[in-house]
Design a protein around this ligand. Structure first.
Ligand SMILES: [Fe+2]
Length: 294
């Protein structure tokens, strides 16, 4: 694997250089990974999904769960208990979990973790088998470059308190965008938010959501679209919308296979991806069937 992060939250334009893949250790890439959407710190749900890993990834030498954000980094005892359970179950099923950040994460805690332990390739060690993929982190599997770019906007920020259950670092910054774009093409974009070029119909927002947050959300989706337009992935996987769907989109440079996953509590929250063929494997028709189009 070759990989490398971009600096997060910096105003140093030279940080973009850090996004270039760097020579790194060689590890056999997984043939299949379990991709999961938003868990929101739902301990019971996380345990239930992870306990299926030996069955879903049977035959894999290295069992890997790729998580699309709103994983559940959270303050205090609640957050520690969640991570303790997830790391214990991962240990039991002999798997590791990589995640991009969502919007509902404790970014102060995430930063503390980054200062405490980062692998040479840039992954942040959250627990010995849990790794955060910083925005701009790149790696290679089966000849493809994968790019992680978490972040999203909390539309319900008006009902949250900064530092307690909301953090401004939820948004991809302008500098992160610049650095990621400067690092060039990637074949697969793994993100939390959904770029604006993927059209969705949404119900009327609750009256208490602030217009400023709706605007922030639009701008954030546009920022992610600019990243996609520059990076030109052929595949894009995201969470955040809590919708499971697959669609081929045209961003102006060729077809992009877009997959979104549902949130915790729904079977379409997770699915097995063949990382060599880039096909989604259905465990049983009707359960993990992502063929339905929205
Ligand atoms: Fe989210």
């Amino acid at each position: 694997m070759a990989s490398g992060p971009v600096a997060s939250g910096t105003d140093d334009p030279l940080a973009s250089r850090m996004g270039e893949p760097v020579a790194s250790r060689t590890a056999p890439p997984p043939r299949r990974v379990l991709v999961a959407g938003d868990w929101h710190g739902n301990r019971e749900w996380a345990i239930n999904v992870l306990m299926r890993v030996p069955q879903l990834l049977a035959g894999e030498q290295k069992r890997l769960v790729l998580h699309l954000g709103d994983f559940g980094i959270w303050p205090g005892a609640e957050g520690r208990r969640y991570l303790g359970s997830v790391t214990a179950v991962l240990d039991t099923v002999d798997a590791e979990l990589w995640f991009v950040d969502g919007n509902h994460e404790d970014f102060v805690e995430l930063a503390r973790m980054a200062s405490g332990g980062t692998l040479p390739d840039g992954r942040v060690v959250v627990r010995p088998n849990i790794y955060h993929l910083p925005r701009g982190y790149r790696w290679r599997w089966h000849g493809r470059t994968w790019l992680a770019c978490g972040g999203g906007v909390s539309l319900d920020k008006a009902g949250r308190v900064e530092g307690r259950d909301w953090w401004p670092q939820e948004e991809i910054t302008r500098w992160e965008e610049t650095a990621i774009v400067a690092s060039g093409h990637a074949d697969v974009l793994v993100c939390h938010d959904c770029p604006s070029g993927v059209e969705h119909g949404f119900p009327r927002p609750p009256a208490w959501w602030a217009q400023a947050d709706l605007s922030r959300n639009d701008a954030h989706r546009e920022r992610l679209q600019r990243i996609a337009d520059a990076v030109r992935p052929a595949h894009l996987v995201h969470g955040h919308l809590h919708r499971a769907y697959q669609r081929s989109c045209d961003f102006g440079y060729g077809p992009v296979e877009v997959t979104g996953l549902a949130a915790d509590g729904l079977l379409r929250n997770f699915a097995v991806l063949d990382t060599e063929l880039m096909t989604w494997r259905l465990r049983r028709r009707g359960l993990l069937d992502l063929g339905a189009r929205h």
